[in-house]
Design a protein around this ligand. Structure first.
Ligand code: DGL
Length: 263
């Protein structure tokens, strides 16, 4: 197969700023790929919304990214993946679309206590995707789940480092630890921004926190090769940011992305 290059951007979409945890991995792993990040912003949070509503937001967002010239779209949102991935793949069949998989498998393989904690939104935990994946590994692990109540709002407002945040996180994470979970899966792309706080709550316990973003970035790389659409080695990557919310939100989005790169 001859190598074709495709310097069009990869589109990355989330309800808000959380998908930047996936964007960060793509940025680090695929430095010559341009990225166009779309944060809905106008309808965030998605977590407690009806599936049909989320599907229509996701349709609008993915349609926009493709209209902006995306060669591939990463749905960097577990909730939107759970509600809409099959629909999106059917509707935009010419564009490879990568969704978020709850990292249940690696957690089930690694657990020593036999208990895996899964943190996600209500929409993700109630979706078929999580139910199917967790059922597949039910013989290896018991899954205890918790909705990260308030987590998305904290990340949207960049309040990750306040004492109040530690309390909010402790309230959600402690029951998982009490249930003897030794793996905690971050099943919402906003939650990796709270990783430090989660690890602080975990303290000295031997518990592993699993962020699926690196696995998603590997999947993206695989698909770039499968579809023969990698950017050329000389390509100067461009990073674009879009939102359905107001200008102030766009500024916050760009600021968070810049902070990630500088860290
Ligand atoms: N970041 C999203 C996820 O991965 C959605 C959070 C929300 O909007 O509730 O589930």
């Amino acid at each position: 197969m001859s190598i074709k290059n495709d310097n069009r951007p990869i589109g990355v979409y989330d309800s808000g700023l959380g998908g930047l945890s996936v964007w960060r991995e793509l940025h680090a792993k695929l430095p010559n790929e341009s990225l166009t990040y779309l944060a809905d912003g106008a309808n965030c949070p998605y977590g407690g919304r009806a599936k049909e509503e989320i599907r229509s937001f996701a349709d609008q967002a993915v349609g926009k990214l493709i209209a902006e010239g995306a060669k591939m779209v990463v749905v960097a949102c577990n909730t939107a993946t759970a509600a809409a991935i099959d629909f999106l793949r059917a509707k935009y069949a010419d564009t490879p679309i990568v969704g978020m998989e709850p990292a249940v498998k690696p957690a089930a393989m690694a657990t020593r206590t036999g208990v895996v904690g899964v943190l996600a939104t209500a929409g993700s935990l109630g979706g078929d995707l999580f139910l199917r994946t967790s059922a597949r590994y039910a013989d290896r692990a018991k899954f205890v789940t918790a909705v990260g109540e308030g987590f998305v709002e904290i990340v949207e407002d960049s309040q990750e480092s306040t004492p109040e945040t530690e309390e909010v996180v402790r309230r959600v994470v402690e029951p998982l630890l009490e249930a003897e979970a030794d793996q905690i899966v971050l099943g919402c792309t906003h939650y990796p921004f709270l990783r430090e706080v989660i690890e602080k709550v975990i303290g000295e316990r031997d518990v592993t926190v699993i962020d699926p973003a690196p696995a998603v970035a590997r999947r993206v790389e695989q698909l770039l090769d499968e579809f023969n659409i990698r950017a050329s080695k000389e390509n100067q990557a461009h990073y674009e940011f879009l939102t359905f919310a107001e200008t102030d939100y766009l500024n916050r989005l760009k600021k968070k992305a810049a902070n990630i790169i500088l860290r």
